[in-house]
Design a protein around this ligand. Structure first.
Ligand code: SF4
Length: 435
């Protein structure tokens, strides 16, 4: 079966493109064109047929939620609850990143629990299985790795983060650079670097890139080029090793696209706000406009417990400057495995950040809702405010927990409610006269 990009190039508007066009209120022909050019991807899988979600140029910034077991905490039912919580809170895609317990089981249970496109990182299970089988993850052999990628695609993966961009040249850049304040922080990335050093070999995912593409193409799974050397500290942002890997990933995005595979490029990580725009410009320019998947980014290292906020600040900026998919970060980041409530908080923060970014990315269509909210506040129209809120139930709950004496106002100012007095009349005159 052909992939979305192959069909788009033949001029076919698929059912998935129609769905994306309808959801995004754009023309189906526009979606087809962007998919054909590789500027938009629709994570898909011929076997599982998930919800069609468009990621890319001219579309709303999407939010990914990552869940999964760890070696310390294995609770299959909890992972299913987290997947559903992510869906309910507004995640557009899900990544199943388990590294503890029966990895086939947790993947299949999570996939069965939601209709969202689900992605994963095959290196996690590959190194776990090699460690279990041989007692040493560095004994992973490439046939085992490619078989596993096929098995995971057959289970329904709609996108897959594969660390193809780490090669011997990238490691040489890291070695010559001579430092990494935060070390290597990608589990898949650090495991692949260790394997290459232990075996004195090139990364098989780079060396046999066409084989990776061939497997994913069979299912129309999007190949997301993993950012294994991403900075995990603000002071490592944009270092030579990270940019070297980005350069290779952008080159591979072009090759994969030419081969008829839908391609995503992954970005960092930890990035100070003033470097976000440059990072995105570089990725877009070098990859020919491939959709960019940024992990927030986290914008400071010093707020553990609140990294859903540090990442949301970075994500608003990255969305604004062109990131197409942002991965949420939860309050548990750097501290513990996220629980269900962490997942909800993380998705909400990222969803709000993406909304703010889109207001600036698409000013022509992004601000009407804010105008309506302003008027509803001015008019003390509480029901309208709740309807317009990104998370109405949270807003309702806070108001209901502190009932005002005068139902028209709230307990913030009470008798001194500005919207109830002269301010309301003045605002009404001015706004309606000018608009
Ligand atoms: S009481 Fe204060 S915060 Fe509440 S609606 Fe009136 S002006 Fe706004």
């Amino acid at each position: 079966m052909k992939t979305q990009i192959e069909l788009a190039r033949e001029g076919v508007i698929t059912a998935q493109m129609q769905t994306v066009a309808f959801d995004e209120e754009v023309a189906p022909e526009y979606v087809r064109q962007m998919v054909a050019e590789g500027k938009t991807v629709i994570p898909w899988n011929h076997v599982r047929k998930p919800k069609a979600v468009g990621i890319g140029k001219g579309l709303r910034t999407k939010v990914n939620a990552s869940i999964g077991t760890s070696s310390d905490i294995v609770d299959y039912a909890a992972e299913v609850r987290k997947a559903r919580a992510a869906r309910e809170s507004g995640a557009d895609t899900l990544m199943e990143l388990s590294v503890g317990g029966d990895l086939d089981r947790v993947r299949r249970e999570v996939i069965a629990s939601v209709d969202l496109p689900v992605g994963n990182v095959p290196l996690y299970q590959a190194f776990c299985e090699a460690a279990r089988k041989y007692g040493d993850p560095n004994k992973l052999d490439e046939e085992m790795l490619f078989d596993l990628i096929e098995r995971q695609c057959a289970d329904g993966m709609a996108f897959m983060a594969v660390h193809c961009g780490i090669n011997l040249y990238t490691i040489e850049r890291l070695r010559k650079q001579g430092y990494r304040y935060g070390g290597l922080v990608s589990k898949g990335g650090v495991s692949m670097v260790a394997w290459m050093l232990a075996n004195g070999r090139e990364n098989p995912l780079y060396e046999k890139f066409d084989r990776v593409v061939g497997i994913l193409k069979k299912y129309d799974t999007v190949l997301s080029l993993g950012n294994g050397l991403r900075a995990g500290a603000i002071h490592d942002s944009s270092d030579r090793a990270q940019i070297q890997e980005l350069l290779i990933n952008c080159e591979l995005a072009e090759i994969g696209r030419e081969m008829g595979c839908q391609m995503l490029v992954e970005g960092p990580g930890h990035v100070p706000l003033d470097e976000v725009e440059g990072n995105i410009q570089l990725q877009k320019r070098m990859s020919g406009g491939a959709p960019y998947y940024m992990l927030g980014p986290i914008s400071t290292d010093v707020a553990p417990g609140f990294d859903h906020i540090t990442a949301a600040i970075g994500a608003a900026q990255s969305s604004r400057f062109g990131a197409d998919l942002i991965c949420y970060i939860t309050p548990a980041e750097h501290l513990a495995l996220p629980n269900e409530e962490d997942v909800r908080q993380g998705v909400k923060a990222a969803r709000i950040a993406a909304y703010i970014g889109d207001m600036n990315k698409y000013p022509e269509k992004g601000r009407q809702r804010d105008m309506e909210m302003s008027k509803a506040r001015r008019d003390l129209n509480w029901e309208k405010q709740f309807q317009l809120a990104l998370y109405p139930e949270d807003a309702r709950a806070i108001r209901a927990s502190r009932t005002p004496e005068d139902e028209a106002t709230c307990t913030m100012c009470g008798d001194f409610c500005a919207s109830r007095g002269a301010g309301k009349l003045f605002a009404a005159d001015l706004n309606d006269a000018k608009r």
